[in-house]
Design a protein around this ligand. Structure first.
Ligand code: MIC
Ligand code: SF4
Length: 748
């Protein structure tokens, strides 16, 4: 974003903040400052945390190549000539890691040509900045180029909050939200509750920014942040680099938080300067007071935040989380005992560093510092070591400064500047698909099947420096802080704590930037979608609600336990169909655990009674018979990714209602946007009432109203009925989406 736009925002803020202080009768947190200064209409807006629906004007929209396809297809349906807010597309998810950066890139460009051409042509036509494959991962590129203190952005990716490292409120949303904001509509979100995290003490030694967030994941759990903004402050915050802050905010997504952010400080200004934005740094410094919370808030945080968490960084131990969930946390010193107790395979089969979460210069230097110690001692890495740099800038800089060389000397492979193994784009041949095996990474997510498509892989997450040390030990039972490993001479070898500069002393090196600006006028340009493509399919509108109640619908699936978007609509090899709704729907519920059988991905056809069929086949059969169906789900349903395919595929194949114990924020909105009715049991125990052969009726839909519970009647096979109450969070406008068949239909 150009400095003059930021200047305009900053100059408009004081009056808006004064108005808000008057109206609320108190001082403001940083999150509130950003929200009120981006209100579509401050005076008409109701402000009530956890209750009001905010209508906001965002400064920027970011899309990546996997979710961005649907976002753009939906934007195109709005019939606009140009995007209404600055927007970018980043080609990062579709590059498969196989044999190293150069070959992987060549393969990706040929395999994904159609998709890249579509994204490129649409970007050019509609005024969107285009970052080519290889330019870097969306969140790292946004941090380096676009994030700024006090801004508000949305992105079609759940880790968009990474920009909170620079004091921006950056929020992950579905593609439909992005399409609408790009079409010029206000963007809506539930007024979040505020969690204040007060950091004291100082990061040092082995402990890094990653440990703050992995510790908090354990403390707050994967749903602890739902519909909340997590705001970090306190003296400890200043001991964390801007990129370290980015890591913390990035993984706030693992808490389900709406977003996370830090108050503006000198470390942010230093990062802005190092990334060629001295003008923006100076602007932020000149407006410092409005880019942090008011002094009254810092003096008595309990009064202003709904919850307060205190973390003393001087006492924090390095942490590691996993397997299978990012909130399964413990200090690294406690892991060995747990590995034994649980019988997890101790041998580490791969160590992976980088990704959008931990790709900073500081991360790379600290990891290389560990590797250098081991090399000097004559040790060899005992597990394959893979590095995914977050951007071309990072790649060129670590190459220039010899860091890459160090990684290569330990036998590491530097992959393309892309998501790669983090999103299952990892072609692995060293273990069989069902072989239990352990990997460690510095990524942010570790759901089953995520990295290599195998649910038997146990994935642990920790800081890059700990991953590197573990790769030398080759064992999960090694505690690099307190333990030793045998040196080449048999004598015990002990690592010393990692060190690294927060910013490169010689500045960032630059390679081929990979950015392409849009055309000045796109009117005569065409968006390229080859006819008959198996990668891209224009969208047809979903049918309108017919005005009738849903009567005796069969249950396609009742899921048990964790049902993330990776369970509902897996990524990996399926990424190739992200622009083709019909084809991608073949992956629907592949990872979902059937509560009736315990089996993943398969169920019973409720009409024919045929058992052991993939859910998608059953759904297609029901659809061909004109029968709609419902989904029953557990806690935090739809956790994880922002991919709206997890809502669109069910909608496309006939889902009408999803009833769960609780929802993750982005997925609940995605369901609403696509015209599916998301309900929660008012008594979570009602989950147990649903059995395979039941039929489910939703009563009184024409009287659907905000805040009013809905009656759901379960009809048992013998005809007996049980009536329960369910809640929903639909606003008047969202009820309009439901009636129109989707938000997009309502817009037209
Ligand atoms: C992820 O980390 O799960 C992803 C892949 O980046 C997703 C987006 C997607 O599914 O394309 C996300 O986090 O939203
Ligand atoms: Fe890419 Fe992984 Fe980051 Fe998602 S979490 S944007 S897949 S690197």
């Amino acid at each position: 974003m150009a400095a003059d736009q930021i200047k305009r925002l900053y100059e408009s803020m004081p009056a808006k903040l004064d108005r808000a202080r008057k109206r609320f009768g108190r001082a403001l947190t940083l999150a509130e400052k950003i929200l009120v200064s981006h209100a579509d209409d401050f005076d008409k807006q109701e402000w009530s945390r956890g209750k009001a629906q905010l209508r906001l004007r965002v400064d920027r929209v970011a899309l990546q190549d996997a979710t961005g396809q649907m976002a753009l297809l939906q934007f195109m349906q709005a019939g606009k000539k140009q995007v209404a807010v600055p927007s970018t597309v980043h080609c990062d998810h579709l590059i498969r890691a196989q044999s190293g950066a150069r070959e992987d890139m060549e393969r990706a460009i040929s395999e994904n040509r159609e998709v890249y051409e579509f994204l490129h042509s649409a970007s050019k036509k509609y005024g969107i900045g285009f970052w080519k494959p290889g330019a870097g991962i969306i969140h790292q590129v946004v941090l380096e180029n676009y994030a700024f203190p006090g801004g508000l952005m949305i992105g079609a990716d759940s880790h968009t909050p990474n920009a909170g490292g620079l004091g921006m409120a950056a929020i992950g949303v579905g593609g439909a939200d992005c399409g609408e904001a790009m079409a010029g509509l206000a963007w809506e979100v539930l007024d979040p509750k505020l969690v204040g995290v007060r950091l004291t003490g100082k990061l040092s030694g082995w402990t890094s920014a990653k440990d703050i967030i992995t510790y908090l994941c354990g403390l707050l759990t994967v749903k602890g942040g739902t519909n909340k903004i997590i705001e970090y402050f306190g003296p400890g915050a200043e001991t964390i680099s801007a990129t370290g802050k980015g890591t913390i905010c990035n993984m706030g997504a693992e808490l389900g938080a709406t977003t996370s952010l830090f108050h503006f400080d000198d470390r942010m200004a230093a990062y802005l300067r190092a990334t060629d934005r001295a003008d923006q740094a100076a602007l932020a410094e000149a407006h410092r007071a409005q880019l942090v919370a008011d002094p009254e808030v810092l003096a008595d945080p309990k009064k202003y935040y709904d919850e307060i968490v205190e973390v003393n960084l001087s006492e924090l131990e390095p942490h590691i989380v996993g397997p299978h969930s990012p909130d399964r946390a413990r200090p690294i010193s406690k892991l060995a005992a747990e590995v034994k107790r649980e019988g997890w395979p101790a041998q580490i089969k791969a160590g992976l560093i980088g990704s959008c979460t931990n790709s900073s210069y500081e991360d790379m230097q600290r990891a290389a510092h560990i590797a250098t110690q081991a090399l000097k001692a004559g040790l060899k890495a005992r597990a394959p070591f893979l590095v995914t740099p977050g951007s071309e800038r990072i790649y060129q800089t670590i190459k220039r400064d010899g860091i890459m060389d160090t990684f290569q000397q330990i036998g590491g492979t530097v992959l393309a500047n892309a998501c790669g193994p983090c999103i299952g784009q990892w072609k692995r041949s060293d273990v069989a698909a069902t072989e239990a095996n352990t990997i460690v990474s510095s990524f942010n997510r570790n759901f089953p099947g995520r990295n290599d498509g195998s649910a038997s892989t146990l994935s642990f997450l920790t800081s890059p420096e700990i991953v590197t040390a573990l790769a030398f030990a080759g064992s999960l039972e090694f505690d690099p802080v307190n333990g030793t490993i045998p040196g080449p001479d048999g004598r015990p070898f002990r690592f010393t704590a990692p060190e690294g500069d927060e910013l490169p002393a010689k500045g960032f090196a630059k390679g081929e930037e990979g950015f392409e600006a849009p055309a000045a006028s796109g009117d005569t340009l065409q968006v390229v979608i080859p006819p008959g493509s198996e990668r891209l399919q224009l969208l047809a509108p979903f049918p309108r609600w017919d005005g009738r109640d849903f009567v005796e619908l069969p249950i396609l699936v009742k899921t048990k336990g964790k049902t993330t978007t990776d369970h509902i609509s897996p990524a990996g090899a399926w990424l190739r169909f992200r622009g083709h709704l019909d084809k991608i729907s073949d992956n629907m519920f592949l990872g979902a655990v059937n509560a009736f059988t315990g089996e993943a991905g398969k169920g019973v056809n409720p009409i024919s009674g045929e058992a052991g069929k993939p859910f998608t086949q059953i759904a297609r059969d029901l659809k061909s018979r004109g029968t709609s169906w419902i989904v029953i789900g557990d806690e935090n349903y739809g956790e994880g990714s922002s991919r709206e395919h997890a809502a669109m595929s069910p909608r496309y194949l006939g889902a009408k209602v999803v009833i769960v114990r609780s929802f993750a924020r982005i997925h609940e909105t995605n369901l609403k946007k696509q015209g599916i009715l998301p309900l929660t049991f008012s008594d979570p125990k009602d989950y147990d009432l649903f059995e395979q052969a039941d039929r489910v009726t939703v009563v009184g839909l024409s009287a659907l109203a905000p805040g009013k519970p809905v009656e759901v009647v379960i009809t048992k096979p013998g005809g007996k009925t049980v009536s329960i109450k369910c809640n929903h969070t639909l606003t008047d406008e969202q009820i309009g989406w439901f009636k129109a068949g989707s938000a997009l239909n309502a817009l037209k």
